[in-house]
Write a protein that binds this ligand. Structure first.
Ligand SMILES: [Fe+2]
Ligand SMILES: [Fe+2]
Length: 373
């Protein structure tokens, strides 16, 4: 395994040209300089670490050495306009978190029995998750004159450590559904000897995107053994539950993920609000981790707040994609996002495409590819 990695590093330039299509601005030439720790590769703008470090570096994220670059699948790069395009009306004073969930972010109404089942499962998961992550967000009383310390003590505001616990747990679970769904569809394609209609790649991208969220926040905290054990248990249960559920009803599973992602958008919106209102001063001017700057092509002086805006945009994409996929017939329909994806100006303000809108979108994609527009 190690040998393969070394060979690849030695022989293949680290630029990934196959993903740099017209539609996908996934290009290392953009934004930040290309950096690599591998000898003999062109465009090395960074110093090469000592030989003993070249293969292994133990840190909070991984044992991968300090190689930066485009080793991931397609990943999003947002314009500043897109980052602010997500529709939310979010007031913490005097409004309970539960009401916010129902009324104040882009939400898809549950109409069928399967939708309602998915929404209920998410509500149960959310309550359980709140309990496990010790999430407290009591409405802040109007006209209060409590200090930040008092707000935290009173359970009105979370501190940095509580935020990280919540985010790390959320992201470690959020990376599961995309991989399970991709696995199921991959195996189905092999088994039936039929094409997949473009779903697998989008699902894998989602799984990796969630894992990158986890890796990003892992640079900020080293979880305890107890926390890791909790994730181990949760993963064991959730992976298997989702796998069997996906075999029974892929549509319901995508709807479930759509609702779960609505919750993720709420969580990150609240984090943004806390930072911007000065209730999470530890993150106010914190620089963005290097791994995040590479992944989202952020400028060198980007902050953690910029990263959280990008993460929220990703969650918005997952919400949109999964609600759209849940509106399709999974056995036969083409994934409308296999060729291109709408930008955040669309994904930020509506929960997903109906089946008819997906068909129209695929039609437009074909027209673009054939040069008719
Ligand atoms: Fe995430
Ligand atoms: Fe997500």
């Amino acid at each position: 395994m190690l040998k393969t990695t070394v060979l690849r590093c030695a022989n293949v330039p680290l630029k990934r040209t196959f993903s740099t299509t017209f539609f996908r601005p996934n290009n290392l030439k953009a934004a930040t300089p290309i950096t690599t720790a591998v000898k003999g590769v062109e465009d090395d703008t960074r110093s090469i670490p000592p030989k003993s470090d070249i293969l292994t570096k133990h840190d909070a994220v991984s044992t991968v050495p300090d190689v930066r670059g485009d080793w991931v699948l397609f990943h999003p790069v947002y314009s500043p306009e897109e980052l602010k395009a997500i529709e939310v009306t979010f007031k913490s004073e005097g409004v309970s978190a539960f009401l916010i969930t129902l009324e104040q972010v882009v939400h898809r109404d549950a109409t069928t029995f399967a939708d309602k089942l998915a929404a209920t499962m998410v509500m149960i998961a959310r309550r359980g998750f709140d309990l496990v992550s010790r999430y407290k967000h009591k409405p802040i009383p109007a006209n209060h004159n409590m200090s930040l310390e008092e707000l935290r003590k009173g359970g009105y505001v979370m501190d940095e450590s509580q935020w990280l616990m919540r985010i790390l747990f959320l992201e470690s679970i959020a990376g599961v559904p995309g991989m399970v769904a991709a696995t199921c569809r991959h195996l189905r394609s092999l088994r039936l000897m039929r094409r997949d209609a473009g779903w697998i790649h989008t699902l894998l991208e989602e799984a990796e995107n969630e894992r990158m969220h986890l890796m990003t926040f892992m640079t900020l905290k080293q979880p305890s053994i107890f926390f890791r054990a909790m994730i181990l248990g949760a993963q064991g249960v959730f992976y298997n539950l989702f796998f069997f559920s996906y075999l029974i009803s892929p549509k319901t599973c995508h709807r479930f993920v759509g609702y779960l992602e609505e919750e993720a958008v709420i969580t990150y919106t609240r984090a943004i609000e806390e930072i911007e209102k000065g209730r999470l001063p530890e993150w106010a001017d914190k620089p963005a981790p290097g791994i995040a700057k590479d992944y989202w092509r952020l400028p060198e002086n980007a902050t953690l707040l910029d990263v959280i805006y990008a993460v929220r945009s990703d969650e918005t994409t997952h919400r949109f994609v999964n609600h759209s996929l849940a509106n399709l017939t999974p056995e036969n329909d083409v994934n409308p996002f296999a060729l291109r994806e709408p930008d955040m100006l669309t994904k930020g303000v509506k929960p997903g495409f109906s089946r008819e809108e997906s068909a129209q979108y695929v039609k437009e994609s074909h027209a673009i590819m054939e040069g008719r527009v």
